[in-house]
Write a protein that binds this ligand. Structure first.
Ligand code: EPZ
Length: 422
């Protein structure tokens, strides 16, 4: 297994291009299953999760090709040959469950493996299932698979989500586009990835209003056409790289970033004493490398502080002036990076969903292990300012959500390299 070696090397300077959003692309790709016409996605990120979704779509009979250095995805599901999402693919990536709604709407039936356990939490699908049943589907669990059918087609309904789940909102919004009549999803998720998906579906001929608010209305149509859609910027990659010059000092411009994508995060940085500048090309962060002020962070659904930036923020707060607390409210087990940061000399106490971080002068490099996607990049960020060398192992987690990490960080002066595993 490959590892990444980072050596604290002083301030970072330059530009980092931010890619298209993994979590938008993983919802946009299954939208091809709703139509017989081609769907072209531009500004696609080059990630192992995107490759896994490509394999899944191909296993259903869709054509899925990546062009122009993987920046463009050409998708078409004119002839579906299967409606079964196999366990062997789904267990690699939970987002595979986003084919359930589109398959049910298009083919009237689907067999989708339940994803199984996840490092950061139980992550059940009850809200997805409840919503699809409200749209008239009959869903049984057999041999680890959800068997869903709607022989007469789906019918519009009013669905009040028990929690504003991102995945459930995406699955139900896609299913409702071809349902008879109108659907209202209330207490819907408001993440930018939902807005991006609705924008693409409307370009395909859907009738969706209210995406980005907690009430989404969908007027079902008989069929959807094709479209060309540019994937929205990855706000989590953006936030991650904005923290690099704060942790190591320096002046970095994140190209393609916009404030609306990361407003609550930028507010938290301001509280810690760090300002962010909009440049017209992106977001610029300058910091003298001094210790920031301790702050309290509570993760929330959008537009609150994103859970996917919690680990990276913890890496910063390990050297803050004072004591910070981080409350993780979205996932029940998302502090696995804490003991690894403690190996680097951080002072962190975790109790349930709360981590108490007492800032130290400086971290020390150490061998550490990645446990999930965001935990892995938080260890790399911590290594940027640590004394000596940090060796992060199990970086396959990182490849799922960050393209060209070594190239992007060394491009602004970081001392970082990838070491091939034996
Ligand atoms: C999406 O996951 C993202 N993944 C996650 O990013 C992100 O952390 C999460 O939204 C929250 O923002 C993708 O978009 C592919 P949820 P999703 O359904 O859709 C509970 C990353 O690092 N819940 O909003 O799975 C669930 O257990 C990943 O890129 C139910 O109880 O998240 C969790 O506690 C990690 N029942 C909470 O809701 C359900 O049916 C939020 O889950 C569905 C969810």
């Amino acid at each position: 297994m490959d590892s990444i070696v980072v050596t604290g090397n002083g301030p970072l300077n330059g530009e980092i291009p931010i890619a298209g959003a993994k979590n938008a692309c993983l919802a946009l790709m299954p939208a091809t299953l709703l139509s017989e016409e081609p769907l072209i996605l531009t500004n696609a990120p080059r990630l192992s999760d995107i490759a896994t979704m490509t394999v899944l779509l191909q296993s259903l009979g869709a054509d899925a090709a990546s062009l122009q250095n993987d920046k463009v995805l050409a998708l078409s599901s004119h002839d579906l040959t299967s409606t079964r999402a196999d366990y062997d693919i789904v267990r690699k990536m939970r987002a595979s469950n986003l084919v359930l709604g589109p398959l049910l709407a298009r083919a009237g039936h689907a067999e989708v493996s339940l994803p199984g356990g996840c490092a950061i939490g139980a992550r059940p699908m009850d809200i997805h299932i409840d919503g699809l049943e409200k749209l008239g589907a009959v869903i049984d669990l057999k041999d680890g698979y959800l068997h869903a059918k709607a022989p007469g087609g789906l019918k519009g309904a009013v669905i009040d989500l028990a929690f504003p789940s991102v995945g459930a909102t995406e699955n139900l919004m896609m299913a409702a586009t071809l349902a008879k009549g109108s659907t209202v999803i209330s207490n819907a998720a408001r993440e930018p990835e939902i807005v991006d998906l609705a924008r693409c579906l409307n370009a395909m001929g859907a009738q969706i209003e209210g995406a980005g608010t907690d009430r989404i209305e969908i007027q079902g149509v008989d069929r959807l056409g094709g479209a060309t859609h540019r994937v929205v910027t990855d706000r989590i990659e953006l936030g991650t790289y904005m923290l690099a010059p704060v942790i190591a000092g320096g002046d970095v411009e994140c190209l393609g970033g916009t404030l609306d994508l990361v407003a609550s995060f930028v507010d938290k940085l301001a509280e810690a004493g760090v300002s962010v500048e909009e440049t017209g090309r992106g977001l610029r962060v300058r910091h003298d490398g001094g210790r920031v002020r301790a702050v309290d962070v509570t993760t929330e659904v959008f537009p609150g502080f994103p859970t996917d930036l919690q680990a990276q923020m913890m890496a910063l707060l390990t050297t803050a002036q004072g004591v910070s607390t981080l409350h993780e409210t979205i996932f029940e087990n998302r502090f696995m990076h804490a003991p690894e940061l403690v190996r680097m000399g951080a002072e962190i106490e975790v109790q349930g969903g709360t981590a108490r971080v007492t800032g130290v002068e400086r971290l020390k490099g150490a061998p550490v292990m990645a446990t999930d996607l965001r935990a892995s990049v938080s260890l790399i960020l911590a290594g940027l300012a640590a004394e000596g060398e940090t060796v992060v192992s199990r970086v396959y987690h990182l490849d799922r959500g960050y393209e060209h990490v070594v190239r992007k960080l060394s491009g602004v002066g970081a001392k970082i390299e990838r070491v091939k595993g034996t």
